[in-house]
Design a binder for this molecule. Structure first.
Ligand code: 4AD
Ligand code: MG
Length: 465
């Protein structure tokens, strides 16, 4: 077959590279079919862009196959590219050949009507064929490219950190175990499971972050970034938490918290501009169907300064607001999503970077401030989504780090010897952060549930497909 000679619809409609009267072959899935006496229309989408192209069949009688072509079928159309006779589109195809490649019947779940997101999650194998999920998957790909472009142009090296680890970076306990031990009959020694018998000879888990290894590479290479899947077994069934999500983690040697905040702000603005300038078709779709204001918001945020304030200042603002919070506010508590939303949506109406958090609510690796009570942590909060970035300047002083690890109750410090070694030999001040890729996509597209910005979401009690 001549499949490889096909023309992608995006080249016709978006880049306008195909001249009128050119013979083209279109391969795609049928969105709608209308068969009349004089003329029939077969509208096809091939996934290269949002728009469909319409095949116009001049003498339907000569194409008996038309009666077998239903929504959802795959077809091959050959014909001339002509100016569209009807309104609404610029081009159509005057069909000369029409082949049904793979039929679909009336049970095809994606008939032409709007479906709820809940329903579409149940058919995540088919939802990429819808307008919304087509646009989402395309913008996800483009933004992934933008991430690499941003860091590569700045001279950061892309590194790959392990997915199987034996350490818990965030210390939050939300780890998925990796094991080949027979659950029903585990090896026991001294009344406990003997992990030395397990595949790796020790307890091992899926990584919650690539940061610890990222730090090792940064102190050797300078500036690095990771971009990979991370796993968290938190039992939080919210619209912002996934058990498997993608994270971008830059790590810079010779950088302090201010440099880190600058990089985070520059990075986010780059992604927002990239979406507006390089993903026009998708963004106009989201602007029309998902969130009318999303483009305007991104444009204004890309041109304004993020608000920066300390945790202590944030607490004062929350305490003196007249808002009724479900979780009461006082110095020392972790910010809940209602607090984050108040700061970003009501108080500042833009992204906010909160820094210098209490030492007790943050991880062991963050640099202790001279006050002994706060650490050089920073979170970037945005309206609607809340925390989108978490990061910090790292504790590079060996003695202070060892003390903090003990205080945090880390009993197996000897297993972090490799992490401590970079402080023991030629320690370097360094900083980094993690951006949740899905949360960034939620903010950029206006989508409100994380299950709808990753093709196959994994959340508590759901790992289908
Ligand atoms: O704030 P977190 O836990 O920070 C870290 O993992 C650090 N090790 C990063 C670093 O400094 N290199 O996670 C970073 C970001 C969050 O701000 C959020 O955007 C996202 O990762 N994130 C999640 N996204 C989806 N589902 C979850 N369950 C997430 N947990 C965190
Ligand atoms: Mg965080």
């Amino acid at each position: 077959m001549d499949y490889k000679n096909r023309t992608r619809i995006a080249r016709i409609i978006l880049s306008d590279e195909i001249a009128l009267n050119t013979d083209v072959i279109i391969l795609g899935l049928v969105r709608t079919v209308r068969v009349g006496k004089e003329v029939a229309f077969v509208e096809v989408n091939d996934g290269s862009c949002l728009k469909n192209i319409q095949g116009v069949v001049g003498e339907p009688d000569k194409f008996p196959v038309l009666s077998e072509i239903l929504t959802g079928a795959s077809v091959r159309i050959k014909g001339k590219l002509i100016e569209s006779q009807g309104g609404g589109q610029k081009y159509e195809i005057a069909v000369e050949e029409l082949d049904l490649i793979g039929p679909a019947d009336a049970t095809y779940p994606l008939q032409k009507k709007r479906h709820s997101y809940e329903f579409l999650r149940e058919i995540a194998h088919l939802r990429p064929r819808t307008n919304t999920f087509g646009a989402l998957n395309r913008i996800r790909s483009k933004l992934a490219y933008a991430v690499h472009q941003f860091y590569q142009e700045k001279g950061f090296y892309y590194i790959h950190t392990p997915i199987v680890t034996t350490s818990d970076c965030e210390g939050a306990g939300g780890l998925f175990r990796v094991s080949t031990i027979d659950h029903e009959n585990p090896p026991i020694s001294d009344g406990k499971i003997d992990w030395t018998e397990d595949f790796f000879g020790t307890e091992s888990f899926l990584a919650v972050s690539g940061q610890l290894e990222g730090e090792l590479l940064a102190t050797a290479l300078g500036d690095i970034y990771t971009f990979g899947p991370t796993f968290r077994a938190e039992n939080s069934n919210t619209s912002r938490h996934a058990s498997e999500f993608w994270m971008i983690e830059p790590e810079m040697a010779w950088a302090e918290l201010d440099d880190n905040m600058d990089l985070a702000e520059e990075f986010l603005k780059y992604l927002f501009r990239y979406a507006l300038e390089k993903c026009e078709e998708e963004m106009s779709f989201f602007g029309q169907w998902i969130d009318k204001e999303v483009r305007q918001t991104l444009a204004s945020v890309a041109d304004s300064q993020f608000e920066r304030l300390t945790y202590t200042e944030a607490i004062k603002i929350l305490e003196s607001s007249s808002e009724k919070f479900e979780f009461p506010v006082s110095w020392g508590v972790d910010l809940q999503s209602e607090h984050e939303r108040y700061l970003t949506e009501k108080k500042f109406k833009k992204p906010v970077i909160v820094y210098d958090y209490p030492e007790e609510i943050k991880s062991f690796y963050m640099k202790l401030n001279d006050d002994g009570k706060t650490v050089r942590a920073m979170d970037v909060l945005v309206p609607r989504v809340g925390e989108i970035i978490g990061g910090s300047q790292r504790e590079h002083r060996l003695d202070v780090l060892e003390n903090r690890m003990k205080e945090k109750g880390i009993t197996n410090i000897e297993e972090y010897q490799w992490y401590l070694d970079i402080r023991k030999y030629g320690t370097v001040p360094h900083s980094g952060f993690g951006l949740g890729f899905e949360r960034a996509i939620m903010y950029i597209t206006g989508m409100t549930n994380i299950r709808d910005v990753i093709p196959f979401p994994r959340v508590p009690k759901w790992a289908k497909f």
